[in-house]
Structures are given as structure tokens and as C-alpha cells.
Design a protein around this ligand. Structure first.
Ligand code: ADP
Ligand code: MG
Length: 320
């Protein structure tokens, strides 16, 4: 089980040259989220909503300003260096862009060996044993053995993402953080990669944190969904609740912007209005300036977390 507790994260861009005004970006604001073992938590939201920042905090790449997370026995708040190392092997990340996340000068064999070498103290295994493990993930991710001698540029986008997934799996993690893993791929290839990820999850008993801005992809992959907006989770619930009975106006607006078969021919609605600057956040509900259901106090008070039927939402005037 993974538990994020009241995580906040800001980025200080410093003062401008001509102004003394401090520029602070609020990337995450009081984010709490529980992810049960073996499930896929989908995280959706427009660009800049804080999805990658949350992923990076989990991977130990950023330190939160406040808050902490727990993962089985680990608590990010009081974890020793040694414990971090153990933790790091149990979680791995797959990135959006298989072009830039793979070193173009390394052959696939070296790309897949690298994690063992980074953690060589804990993986004092022979070259032959390493090769057996690598061949196994290669096979699991649908790549041929001959791939090992090739460079990333010799593969198609989809194949390259398979290499990225293989690299994430070589040390047998328990959790995969997938940050927009199919967003850079052609639609025809996306389904293949999503199905591969589903199979791997079952086969290897993995837990997924699955980030995407595409609700269709999120619906296909997730058990539960967290809807993020300007650094906050505005709603969190089981997939079917999010899709059939959204409580937050933002969730509903996102759903309306989803082009689907029934709406073919009709214009699909994009979320109206502009996202406020993360440098200058509204005092109340962050969605208030764009919300069709907003009333007077929405812009004044940040809505508290309210328990719904199967999750929670933060809205003063929720949808029924
Ligand atoms: P998402 O993944 O949902 O698109 P991010 O987590 O990447 O959102 O970003 C959230 C906010 O934090 C954005 O306003 C972004 O510009 C800002 N941000 C993210 N990383 C950094 C950084 N390293 N330095 C400064 N600002 C950052
Ligand atoms: Mg991102």
C-alpha cells in the first residue's frame, strides 16, 4: 500500500531582475492519496496540474516541502540512506518520451544492464545470470533477443517504449510509475503498449501509478482515478463513479471534453476559460474562475475534502 499524506511542493523561481516580487510556483497543494497494493491508480489532469511532480516525489527525485508518503515499511519522513536504496529498487518509472529517456549511445544490452550496475552491491550476480534475467524481461516485453545488439534509434516508437518498460522491470520492482507512457505514441500503437502493461501487471503482481491527460486511456487502465487541477486532487473515486457520477464540476467538464463515439459529429467541448497562473493561485477553489456551477463563496474558501459514496471530492456545490 502507498499512502501520500498532505504533500505540498513549491518551486521558487526567485525574484525578477526588475521586481522584488517573489515568484513561487505551487506545484502540489496538500495532496493525500491512498493506493492499495495491486491496483492501478490513474492520475488525470491538464498539463501543469502537478502529476509529474507527485510521481517524482514518490521516486525520491524531489523532496516535498511538507507532508510525507508511506510505502509498506518505508516512511519518506524518516528514512535512512540505506532504506532509500532498498526502496528505490522496489519502484521504477517509465517516462513519456522513449526517445529522450533512452541513452542513444548505449546498446539495448547496456541500457538493460545499467540498473544492475547502479545497484551492484545488491546484485552481485555473474554476467551469465544477469543475461538470463535480461533475456527474460526482453521476452516479457515482446522484444527479440537480437534487440540487445541494437541502438535505440534502430527501433520504432512503440518498440522503444517496450525497451523503457523492460528497463523499468529488470530489478523486479513492485510498483511502476508510468508518466504519460503512451502520449508520444501513434494511436494505433498505444493499445498494444497499454495491453502489454495490463498483462505485465497481472503476471508480475504489480501496483501502477498511471499518469495521463487522456481520459480514455485512464479509463481503460485504472481501478481508481484521481483528478488533479492546479496542484490539488479535486476528486478521487472508483473509475465507474468518476465516469457515471462525477461530483466535481471539473471532472464533469473534463468528461465533456472527451471526444467519444456517441459525440461523433458534434463539436466536443474543451474546458472553457484559462487555467489560472500557478504563481498566483485563487484563494478559494482553484476551478472557480472557470466553473459553471460557481457561487459566491467558491472564490473565497478552499473547499474541504468531503467523503462521497466511493471516494472524496472537494467542492462547495457538488453535482448530484
Ligand atoms: P503535469 O505533469 O501535470 O503537467 P508538473 O508536475 O510537471 O505538471 O508541473 C506542475 C507545476 O510545477 C507546473 O506549473 C510546472 O511549470 C511547475 N514545475 C514542475 N517542475 C518544476 C521545476 N523543476 N522547476 C520549476 N517549476 C516546475
Ligand atoms: Mg507531466
Amino acid at each position: 500500500m502507498i499512502e501520500f499524506n498532505n504533500i505540498s511542493k513549491t518551486f521558487d523561481l526567485g525574484g525578477g531582475f526588475f521586481s522584488k516580487e517573489k515568484k513561487i510556483i505551487h506545484a502540489l497543494r496538500d495532496v493525500s492519496l491512498t493506493i492499495k497494493k495491486g491496483m492501478t491508480m490513474g492520475i488525470v489532469g491538464e498539463s501543469g496540474s502537478g502529476k509529474s511532480t507527485l510521481a517524482r516525489i514518490f521516486m525520491g527525485l524531489y523532496k516535498p516541502d511538507t507532508g510525507y508518503f508511506k510505502f509498506s515499511d518505508f516512511n519518506s519522513h524518516n528514512i535512512s540512506k540505506e532504506e532509500w536504496k532498498t526502496f528505490r529498487k522496489q519502484a521504477a518509472m517509465v517516462f513519456q518520451d522513449p526517445y529522450s529517456s533512452l541513452n542513444p549511445r548505449m546498446k539495448v544490452l547496456d541500457i538493460l544492464q545499467e540498473p544492475f550496475l547502479i545497484h551492484k552491491k545488491d546484485f552481485s550476480i555473474s554476467k551469465e545470470e544477469r543475461l538470463i534475467k535480461i533475456t527474460k524481461v526482453l521476452d516479457m516485453t515482446g522484444l527479440e533477443k537480437g534487440s540487445l545488439k541494437k541502438y535505440p534509434h534502430e527501433f520504432s516508437g512503440g518498440q522503444r517504449q517496450r525497451i523503457g518498460i523492460a528497463r523499468a522491470l529488470v530489478l523486479k520492482p513492485r510498483v511502476l510509475v508510468l508518466d504519460e507512457p503512451v502520449s508520444a505514441l501513434d494511436v494505433s500503437i498505444q493499445a498494444q503498449i497499454l495491453n502489454l502493461l495490463k498483462e505485465l501487471k497481472k503476471e508480475l503482481d504489480l501496483t501502477y501509478i498511471f499518469i495521463a491527460h487522456d481520459l480514455g486511456v485512464i479509463e481503460y487502465m485504472s481501478d481508481r482515478i484521481a483528478v488533479m487541477y492546479l496542484g490539488s486532487i479535486l476528486e478521487e473515486s472508483a473509475v465507474k463513479n468518476i465516469f457515471s457520477k462525477p461530483r466535481h464540476h471539473y471532472t464533469k467538464t473534463l468528461l465533456n471534453s472527451m471526444p467519444d463515439v456517441q459525440k461523433k459529429g458534434k463539436d466536443f467541448q474543451v474546458v472553457p476559460g484559462e487555467i489560472p497562473s500557478p504563481l498566483n493561485l485563487p484563494k478559494g477553489c482553484p476551478f472557480e474562475p472557470r466553473c459553471a456551477g460557481a457561487k459566491e463563496n467558491c472564490g473565497l474558501l478552499f473547499p474541504v475534502e468531503t467523503a462521497g459514496k466511493n471516494g472524496y471530492y472537494k467542492c462547495h456545490y457538488p453535482l448530484n
